[in-house]
Design a protein around this ligand. Structure first.
Ligand code: GDP
Length: 461
């Protein structure tokens, strides 16, 4: 039972047009009536309406700020408790003073994410939806925003519940048969239903798992490794891609340079360059490519951009590394095409050597081929379509891990069924699968884990 009242400044620190202090809990209404002097005498404050007036220090009657206040009575609020929002002037002092007055009335400072945590604890949203809230706030691309929004509206949660329902029905059949062991026909029917249900649950779990890679890419961006021998033009390419959008990027307030420095917007999807140190580093031994380092970069990448210089023959190292890259979407970029009068024959030779990887001739300095590169990336990583699909998607590592454990339990269950194990033994696997799924929506999650998830939120959310 939550019985205290929390408050926090919900807007980011610094100067702005307005700043909001949010309050939630049983003392909310009393705090509003004590601290807010309504412009017009007020018999009863209507819920979900915005009122104009002043925030007043009850100690001396001094007006602290001119403000708008809204009181939202439970249960139709963010937290399902009484909530008030004081819209103050967006500066450090008015907000700090307003918060201080609220705390003096008996509220306590909210922990990071505590408003959303209350929404979860009070059953307004489940854990996957709560995580989507932070996904919305942190989204750095349109695609990331869309997948978070879909999760926020409960699409993923709905799918998870559906699978759990299937498995709960299986559990009911198991229990019926365990309760009536003397009935052979009940037993046979139950076994049949258990198999059908477990297979359906497994199939649906696998379908969700299949969306995980794409979901992560949409949310976090395409992790891209730009690899190639020194001086082929890797940093020139990175800089050219960054330059194109720098104008847009630096205009977004609150975005830190170091995050965006290596993140390129590609038709609404972020492309994140991994191992930029490897690109920017100047090497003493110019001929060495750093095979080990390239392999490491390939390992963590979703996409490989392998660069060559058209005036140099592909080396043994080039071909070795490309062999490693074959399992992932890879593009061989042949740069400096401006240095050769006729490139066709050379490009054909390279194509033959690196087949079946696609080869793209470009000139970074003359800005040739870069638009084609972007198109090719989208078609390789997303088969041309970057939009988030209408169906549910898994975007978080935590959800993916839970789905994997659920899948394993169902695989174990089906194997045990084939081996003719007793039903009460199968029930152990079934419970494990149900619990793993419940972790995603928060039904079977421990208080510690939930608290850990909310602690990564911002203050005031
Ligand atoms: P990196 O070591 O692979 O990162 O290569 P850099 O980007 O530092 O480029 C090495 C040299 O190649 C620089 O002098 C670039 O100006 C030059 N360079 C890069 N791209 C091109 C290109 O398309 N054409 C020509 N002619 N030179 C280029």
């Amino acid at each position: 039972m939550i019985d205290d009242t929390i408050a926090a400044i919900s807007t980011p620190p610094g100067e702005g047009g307005i700043g909001i202090v949010r309050v939630s809990g049983p003392l909310t209404q009393q705090i509003v009536t004590t601290l807010f002097s309504f412009a017009q005498p007020m018999e009863r404050i209507s819920s979900h309406r915005l009122y104009y007036g002043k925030i007043v220090d009850p100690a001396d009657g001094h007006a602290v700020d001119e403000a708008l206040v809204s009181l939202m009575r439970a249960p139709h609020t963010y937290t399902r408790e009484d909530v008030a929002e004081f819209n103050c002037h967006g500066g450090i002092m008015p907000l700090a003073k307003t918060l201080e007055l609220i705390l003096a009335q008996g509220a306590r400072l909210a922990e990071p994410g505590e408003f959303t945590q209350r929404a979860f604890l009070n059953g307004r949203i489940d854990l996957a939806q709560a995580e989507a809230v932070i996904g919305m706030i942190r989204a750095r691309s349109e695609a990331a925003m869309h997948v978070s929004m879909s999760q926020l509206t409960g699409r993923l949660s709905g799918e998870i519940r559906q699978i759990r329902r299937t498995l709960l029905a299986v559990l009911a059949h198991m229990e019926a048969s365990i309760d009536f062991p003397e009935h052979q026909d009940v037993e046979e029917f139950a076994l049949d239903e258990v198999r059908k249900g477990a297979e359906k649950g497994l199939n649906d779990t696998e379908q969700l798992l299949e969306t995980a890679d794409r979901g992560r890419i949409l949310r976090e961006g395409i992790r891209t490794a730009i690899i190639g021998r020194p001086n082929v033009g890797k940093s020139s390419l990175l800089n050219a891609m960054l330059r194109e959008q720098r104008a847009i990027v630096t205009d977004i307030p609150g975005t830190t340079r170091d995050v965006l420095e290596e993140s390129i917007n590609l038709g609404g999807v972020a492309l994140t360059i991994v191992d930029t140190a490897g690109i920017r580093e100047t090497m003493d031994e110019v001929e060495k490519i750093g095979v080990a380092r390239s392999r490491a970069a390939i390992g963590e990448a979703d996409l490989i951009l392998y660069m060559m210089d058209i005036t140099q023959k592909p080396s043994r190292d080039d071909l070795d590394i490309l062999r490693d890259a074959k399992d992932k979407p890879s593009i061989v970029i042949v740069n400096k095409t401006d240095l050769l009068a006729d490139i066709d024959e050379t490009v054909k030779k390279i194509e033959k050597k690196v087949s079946p990887l696609p080869v793209l001739p470009v000139s970074v300095t003359e800005n040739r081929g870069l638009a084609e590169l972007e198109k090719l990336i989208i078609s390789l990583v997303f088969q041309g379509d970057v939009r988030a699909p209408q169906s549910a998607m898994v975007t978080s590592a935590r959800h993916k891990d839970a789905l994997r454990r659920s899948r394993q339990s169902l695989v174990d269950l089906l194997a045990a069924l084939d081996a003719g194990y007793a039903l009460d033994l199968l029930a152990i696997d079934l419970h494990a699968a149900l619990d793993a799924l419940g972790e995603i929506t928060g039904e079977t999650v421990g208080a510690d884990l939930a608290a850990e998830i909310f602690s990564t939120f911002c203050i005031g959310k």
